[in-house]
Design a protein around this ligand. Structure first.
Ligand code: F6R
Length: 611
């Protein structure tokens, strides 16, 4: 949540920052701003998107070689010009941007008010900034020192960048709980919430860790801990190219990412799955195989779409490995008093690798001695680094706010993990094991075939786009897919949607069924199919509108459906990787038909770094 960018070096800072903010806009888009340091310190900010800020700055003096910029997802104070970042300190000397939440800001604010400070915004950020300002003025110390002193009192999460009018070359940065990457150029440095604003300038980056403070000058990067001890920066090479973060001719990132899935799933399987030799190579799993196969219980923690992937994995792991699995919302796990027994393995699933709830839940489980296995997309992210072992999904940067390709990547990884454990444990027959390997390998091609028919989903979406509600039903492996279909539809098209196990519908939601209610059945051919068909009949009998996702060759479901979308046949373990694709398309086309910005849906942000 909130995107931050900083630059210091010989280039014009404003265009670098502006471009970076556009790349980070998925993290928040209710206001944006920049602070530029030239002969003076200029702060420009604007409610709305980065493009609104850009427009408001036409003709303004934006010349500077150092600056910081921010795109906001509001936490404290409504989105308006006043609450937008950067903030300017009361002395007018410092400017700061912040991603995160300062939990004890009210107390600090009270102290500052009693010292005569006044505040222009409702934000926790301005409080922290003035706290730093007060320490600097009072102690006549360097900004670095003032930041260090202030952060020792701060409770909460932050990634902050500050510039000081008196020091026209230095950016001071610090993080705890919110991400920060520093790109190392030749005589210049780039700072950002993730690597996407940096990639076109340099591939050498340093991921800053919690409780670290960076002093960044054009030709110098000093990392320290809050105890003022120097830390050697660990330089990583980015494995990402520019094309991966651009739209590449698609109207929206979401559509591009949906259509990328044949490739991203292939990339995820590549080098791991060897059907001819019947092997799956995953170093992270192999190193922890003893713990995984002997785990008395696996607890999966995640949020949102990643949580849905976890639910599918619950079915797969219990079915193939015979290990009990629990799937928990990270936000619940972190605050209740969960029982984590010796030997339990936690699988943490996250696209961004920065979700605050998941990250804290991991720390909590670690304290109780659990082994953490991360299934993460963003390479080098906080969750990846906080895990003992893991497997990347290799889906590439996901920029559209709705998670699409990351979900199928997560399913691919989780299926491979389950198959590997089952093989070692001997809980799967050789025949099933080899069949499932071959089925996995065939997924990219089948997804390709589904995407070739995207127009059929578009027609369905246009037909139902004005519905106020929708139900998504499925059983077994397709129940989590129904949940995912409902989540996608509501976040992208703002149609209220509920996902339910198809059989559970008659315990309540069936009361909603009318002639106008679209009910989407995820009804691919599996061991539950006949039961799902009965549920379809129950809806039809009440004149609901049935839209079903079915398997090629199913002649019964179409007789009960108003609209059908056909997917290629697949084993039920693999089917969710196919049946979810039309649901992603359905939400995309419903959202675009209603004229919504599907890449930046209302109130949302991609990377939820606040709890
Ligand atoms: C939905 C969506 C969110 C995320 C959730 C977890 O389309 O994108 O529900 O899945 O915020 O995010 P990650 O996977 O980054 O931890």
């Amino acid at each position: 949540m909130c995107g931050i960018v900083g630059y210091t070096g010989p280039r014009e800072a404003y265009p670098v920052i502006l471009k970076g903010l556009k790349r980070l806009e998925y993290r928040g888009y209710d206001s944006a701003g920049v602070a530029l340091l030239n002969s003076g310190l200029k702060v420009y900010k604007k409610k709305g998107k980065v493009a609104d800020l850009e427009e408001s700055l036409i003709g303004k003096d934006v010349h500077a070689n150092i600056g910081i910029g921010h795109t906001r997802w509001a936490t404290h104070g409504e989105p308006n010009d006043r609450n937008a970042h950067p903030h300017l300190s009361a002395s007018g000397r410092l400017s700061m941007i912040h991603n995160g939440i300062i939990e004890n800001y009210a107390l600090i604010k009270k102290e500052l008010l009693s010292k005569g400070y006044a505040f222009k915004s409702d934000t926790d950020t301005e409080v922290l900034l003035n706290f730093i300002d007060e320490i600097q003025q009072h102690n006549d110390c360097s900004l670095e020192e003032a930041v260090r002193v202030a952060l020792k009192r701060v409770v909460g999460a932050y990634c902050i960048l500050l510039i000081d009018k008196e020091d026209p070359h230095t950016i001071i940065a610090a993080r705890k709980g919110s991400p920060l990457v520093i790109g190392i150029g030749k005589g210049e440095h780039f700072l950002a919430s993730d690597a996407t604003p940096i990639i076109e300038y340099t591939k050498e980056v340093v991921y800053v860790n919690d409780y670290e403070l960076a002093i960044v000058r054009p030709d110098e990067l000093i990392l320290k801990n809050l105890g003022n001890e120097k830390i050697t920066p660990y330089i990583t090479k980015l494995d990402m190219d520019l094309a991966a973060i651009e739209k590449g001719g698609y109207e929206h990132f979401m559509l591009k990412e949906i259509f990328e899935q044949p490739k991203t799933i292939y990339d995820c399987l590549r080098g791991r799955l060897d059907v001819a030799n019947g092997t799956i190579t995953m170093a992270g799993v192999e190193n922890y195989m003893e713990q995984l196969k002997n785990a008395p219980r696996i607890i999966i923690i995640a949020c949102g779409t990643s949580w849905h992937a976890g639910l599918v994995a619950e079915y797969v792991i219990e079915d193939l490995c015979r290990i009990p699995v629990e799937v928990e919302y990270a936000s619940e796990f972190r605050y209740r008093n969960p029982v984590v027994n010796k030997g339990d393995v936690i699988i943490a699933i996250s696209q961004s690798g920065e979700t605050a709830d998941t990250l804290v839940a991991i720390e909590k489980a670690k304290e109780q001695g659990a082994i953490i296995f991360g299934v993460v997309n963003a390479v080098g992210s906080s969750i990846a680094r906080a895990s003992h072992a893991g497997a990347y999904t290799h889906s590439g940067p996901e920029i559209g706010v709705a998670s699409t390709k990351a979900f199928t990547g997560q399913l691919a990884v989780l299926n491979m993990i389950a198959l590997k454990i089952a093989k070692v444990k001997g809980t799967i027959s050789d025949e099933r094991y080899h069949n499932l390997l071959a089925e996995l390998e065939a997924v990219p091609e089948k997804v390709e075939a589904i995407l070739e028919n995207a127009d059929a989903v578009k027609a369905i979406a246009e037909k139902y786009k004005d519905s106020s509600d929708a139900l998504f039903l499925g059983r077994g492996y397709n129940f989590p897919v129904a949940l995912e279909g409902a989540l996608k539809l509501k976040e992208i098209s703002y149609i209220h949607a509920e996902g339910y196990p198809a059989a559970e519908m008659k315990h309540g939601p069936i009361a909603l069924v009318t002639e106008t209610l679209p009910v989407v059945f995820v009804a691919t051919k599996d061991s539950y199919h006949e039961k799902v068909v009965s549920n379809m009949q129950e809806i039809k009998a009440r004149r609901g509108k049935v839209i079903s996702i079915i398997t090629e060759g199913d002649n019964i479901s179409p007789t009960l459906s108003d609209d059908v979308f056909v997917v290629p046949p697949a084993d039920e373990v693999i089917a969710p990787m196919l049946s979810v694709i039309p649901l992603q398309l359905l939400s995309y086309y419903a959202g675009t038909a209603k004229g919504y910005n599907v890449d930046m849906p209302r109130n949302l942000a991609k990377s939820v770094t606040v709890e």
